[in-house]
Ligand binder design. Structure first.
Ligand SMILES: [Zn+2]
Length: 360
């Protein structure tokens, strides 16, 4: 019987991000990406198969290799700038939310200047209204990056699997943008750290219910980091809506290094696992020597954020498929919002990946 203990890297600081609400279709709705997710997961990854490791602080160098410095500057200062503005007194808004998005449809080729007011400048970086910035957002997002980097350190030191309990999630954060409840791209940071640590080719396999458009964008023109994703078809009306289609395969040096496997609404374990297995085989065939798993568990049947119907046994089997690659791996937490089942899904995946015997 395998007694491997999966390191669970976490940070109490990741609880400090409190979105209060998301602005969805113009209405403030209760957010689902809540701090309680951290504790729901922590309480499930206990016992002899796991050991908790607190994340250690890391410098910004790897982070700055996957994100535009302007995004980091904006995010780190946004909450304080907002607090100094009139928004709380004027409209009761304590979170940074843009009211303007300078898309190409607005600027239409005109020369543009940076917006001075933060309620407009935020739209330069935010690409939706549901990903709000509050007083603890930067600290939590930065702590999540430290979780990813600490997990990558462990794998570079010959741990075969390390789990980073990142919150807020990251795979929708693009080189210079945030959205989809994501601010900093933890999985991309982990992949870059594995590259910098000596792995010539790294695969990011994303099993969250939604395509990780941020990770895809960061590596779209690079040959050294593959990005493969199985997700609900954006063409059926799901986030990220405008990207995540099967014919997006990379560009330039990265031609052929991106693979999207969109699934129809209602897809369950069979087609989902077939896609996961295909991505695992692809990573091995392409000569990758390390793996980052974007471990979203919102493809599960009870999750409110997606129409996929994957079971807990499906997540365990996905872990076994990716574990069977034999590649050293960092599993990074992405989505998963059904608090009663969230932790069990994560534990099942990690048990499957590490070869642990499932607990009764
Ligand atoms: Zn998701």
């Amino acid at each position: 019987m395998n007694q491997y203990q999966v390191p669970v890297v976490w940070s109490p600081t990741t609880r400090e991000h409190d979105p209060l609400h998301e602005v969805w279709v113009g209405v403030a709705t209760i957010g689902t990406e809540v701090a309680a997710r951290v504790d729901a997961i922590l309480s499930a990854v206990t016992g002899s198969g796991f050991r908790q490791v607190e994340a250690t602080p890391h410098a910004d160098d790897v982070l700055a290799r996957v994100h535009d410095p302007a995004l980091l500057t904006f995010l780190s200062g946004a909450a304080e700038r907002w607090r100094q503005g009139p928004y709380a007194d004027l409209v009761g808004q304590t979170r940074v939310v843009s009211y303007l998005f300078p898309t190409p449809a607005m600027t239409a080729g005109l020369p543009t200047r940076p917006a001075v007011a933060i309620h407009a400048e935020a739209g330069t970086y935010a690409y939706d209204t549901m990903t709000v910035v509050g007083p603890g957002t930067w600290a939590a997002a930065r702590a999540a990056v430290d979780c990813a980097l600490t997990a990558a350190d462990l794998v570079l030191a010959e741990e075969r699997l390390a789990y980073a309990l990142c919150r807020p999630p990251g795979h929708h954060a693009t080189p210079a943008g945030f959205g989809g409840s994501c601010y900093l791209n933890n999985a991309a940071v982990a992949a870059q750290a594995l590259r910098d640590g000596g792995h010539d080719r790294v695969a990011v396999i994303d099993i969250d219910a939604h395509q990780g458009n941020g990770t895809a964008a960061i590596f779209y023109d690079r040959a050294d980091v593959l990005y493969g994703s199985v997700h609900v078809d954006p063409g059926a009306g799901w986030f990220p809506h405008v990207v995540g289609y099967a014919d997006e395969t990379g560009t330039g040096d990265g031609a052929g290094a991106t693979r999207n496997a969109p699934l129809p609404e209602g897809a369950a374990d069979g087609p989902w696992l077939e896609a996961v297995g295909g991505l695992a085989d692809w990573a091995v065939a392409e000569g990758c020597t390390a793996l980052v798993v974007s471990l979203g568990v919102d493809a599960a049947v009870d999750d409110p954020e997606s129409p996929l119907l994957v079971t807990v046994d499906g997540y365990r089997a996905a872990g076994a498929l990716l574990g069977a690659t034999g590649l050293p791996a960092v599993a990074v937490q992405e989505g998963g919002y059904h608090l009663p089942s969230l932790g069990g899904l994560v534990a099942a995946y990690l048990e499957g990946h590490s070869g642990l015997v499932p607990r009764a």
